[in-house]
Design a protein around this ligand. Structure first.
Ligand SMILES: [Zn+2]
Length: 246
């Protein structure tokens, strides 16, 4: 009889432990609610850093990764972290003017911009979880963020190879990877996301009425945001990313 009661209490103990583990794991992801303003780059997200700003937890994990990479002679430098709505708006409008000047039609121009650039309010850089990185131990080329720099024989290939092996240990994942079936934004071997925070932020972002917000924006070219364009943008540019981040 004692044997059975011991066995029962040990099983009960295991069950309680499992329930606690389950609650803990699920609680971690649901811990933070972000406001709409924060998710679209207009809020008061708590950030650290001076020139480059990030959420504190992201910054701390980045620092650890940076320290580790230095041991292999790679000096990871962030060239873009948090970006506000205003900053993304400037980038968008500058690109718009540039392509129009080059002779593209407004419709061609907006499709050309979204090869690499997000519509203001929809950038993952608004979340303080994203980093664009280079290797500061290498002499800067004119065009920093070009995929050829990170490919074989590219000046940032050592950085890329190191990140392929190590970045996930520190919580960072490529967003726009080189999976050939992926649509939307082109391959960005420089853009990493801190998954633990960006994944729940994407989930919350998708609950906002993106279609509505994007159409009401007062920015260059937005007159040409057709339903098809916006649908295409949400499904491909925002959602066709590294599946692990969804
Ligand atoms: Zn980026």
């Amino acid at each position: 009889m004692k044997y059975f009661s011991d066995k029962l209490s040990s099983n009960l103990f295991k069950l309680v432990l499992l329930i606690l583990l389950f609650l803990f794991n699920n609680g971690v992801e649901a811990q933070h609610k972000y406001s709409k303003k924060t998710l679209i780059g207009k809020g008061d997200l708590k950030l650290v850093g001076t020139k480059i700003k990030l959420q504190k937890e992201v910054f701390e994990h980045f620092k650890k990764m940076q320290k580790e990479a230095l041991k292999s002679g790679i000096k990871i430098q962030i060239v873009s972290g948090y970006r506000s709505y205003q900053r993304q708006l400037q980038i968008w409008n500058n690109k718009y003017d540039k392509y129009i000047l080059e002779g593209f039609s407004p419709k061609e121009t907006i499709y050309k911009i979204i090869e690499y650039t997000t519509i203001p309010g929809t950038s993952r850089h608004h979340w303080g979880t994203e980093i664009d990185i280079i290797d500061a131990n290498v002499k800067m080329p004119a065009n920093l963020l070009s995929a050829t720099n990170y490919n074989k024989k590219g000046i940032y290939n050592n950085l890329k190879k190191w990140m392929d092996v190590n970045s996930e240990k520190f919580g960072f994942y490529l967003v726009y990877n080189n999976n050939s079936s992926r649509k939307g934004f082109k391959y960005e071997p420089w853009h990493y996301s801190y998954k633990k925070l960006s994944k729940p932020m994407l989930k919350q972002f998708l609950k906002l009425n993106i279609l509505q917000s994007v159409r009401n924006l007062n920015l260059k070219g937005s007159l040409f945001f057709s339903n098809k364009f916006v649908d295409n943008y949400v499904n491909k540019n925002m959602l066709d990313i590294n599946f692990i981040l969804k």
